[in-house]
Design a protein around this ligand. Structure first.
Ligand code: MF3
Ligand code: CO
Length: 287
């Protein structure tokens, strides 16, 4: 691309007035051995506009769940809330049929780390902590976020875990800004979890998102400050740490092939934000 060409991002500006400086800086960082994003990890203004709409619907679905979740309901009912609301607003639940996933949402209770499958026989009990992970496709664009819900009166022990994961995500978000590294986000999250006596799940992490459900980069929450990919405006990914009160080890449900449980049966909590790196920080698109 020449300096006076129109920029590849479709902004209508000349390359030299648009992404040229950023790409020159990335080339230097790459030479120095840093991991840098490729162009396909940087969303264009037109894509961002569309993905924002998907993300807004995703937040509305989560709000709808928040308004109706209660002790005594089945996770199947949560699935219906998500399916009906999404479809009636022109969207498609992204999990449905994704690599064979049978439902529209993930509902993960207590010792389930993630990928819990809604079922008529699973009834929310007073004292449960449940992660509801909602992902939406609108006009072909993807969004993804999850919240923790405390059902009725929850134990102090459970509340503290949920409170801590909420703090972890916020601390991670503060590190999500141009020219920081993904490892800066991870370190902020991991340090806070550890300081509270918790562990962060390794191997399962966040992901780029927008044009696909799961894009590059993989986002770990256990890597070191100053390592992993450099962040630049236009990148979009999820911050979704899974925090365990016990050890970080897990196993996968043998029967359904999806649900991931803590190895030691301890509680696990997760909160997921989907963020866009902006000129001076990050914007939360859905949470
Ligand atoms: N929403 C999950 C994530 O944050 C992905 C779930 S995949 C599914 O990456 F198929 F289980 F829905
Ligand atoms: Co998700």
């Amino acid at each position: 691309m020449e300096r006076n060409d129109l920029c590849w991002c479709g902004s209508g500006k000349k390359y030299k007035k648009c992404h040229m400086q950023m790409e020159e800086k990335l080339a230097i960082l790459a030479d120095e051995g840093h991991i840098v994003p490729t162009r396909d990890m940087i969303k264009t203004p037109a894509q961002i506009e569309e993905i924002r709409k998907s993300a807004a619907l995703n937040t509305a679905v989560l709000d709808h769940v928040a308004a109706h979740i209660h002790a005594g309901m089945s996770t199947e009912e949560i699935d219906h809330l998500v399916y009906d609301y999404t479809v009636s607003h022109g969207g498609i639940p992204a999990p449905l049929g994704y690599e064979g996933f049978p439902k529209s949402v993930c509902t993960s209770i207590n010792n389930e780390i993630c990928h819990g499958i809604p079922d008529e026989s699973i009834i929310l009990q007073e004292g449960d902590i449940v992660n509801v992970d909602v992902s939406t496709i609108l006009n072909g664009y993807f969004s993804d976020a999850s919240r923790m819900f405390c059902i009725g009166e929850t134990s102090e022990r459970a509340r503290r875990l949920v409170q801590t994961v909420a703090e972890c995500v916020e601390l991670g978000l503060k590190e999500a800004k141009p020219w920081n590294h993904l490892g800066d986000i991870a370190d902020a999250i991991n340090s806070h979890a550890k300081a509270n006596g918790y562990s962060v799940v390794e191997d399962i992490g966040g992901h780029g998102i927008g044009l696909e459900f799961h894009e590059e980069p993989f986002v770990s929450y256990v890597t070191e400050k100053g390592t992993e990919m450099v962040l630049v405006p236009g990148m979009m990914f999820t911050i979704e740490p899974m925090i365990n009160e016990g050890g970080p080890d897990f196993f996968v449900d043998e029967d359904n092939g999806w649900t991931i449980y803590t190895e030691d049966d301890g509680l696990s909590a997760q909160i997921e934000y989907m963020v866009l790196i902006t000129e001076d920080g990050a914007e939360v698109l859905t949470k």
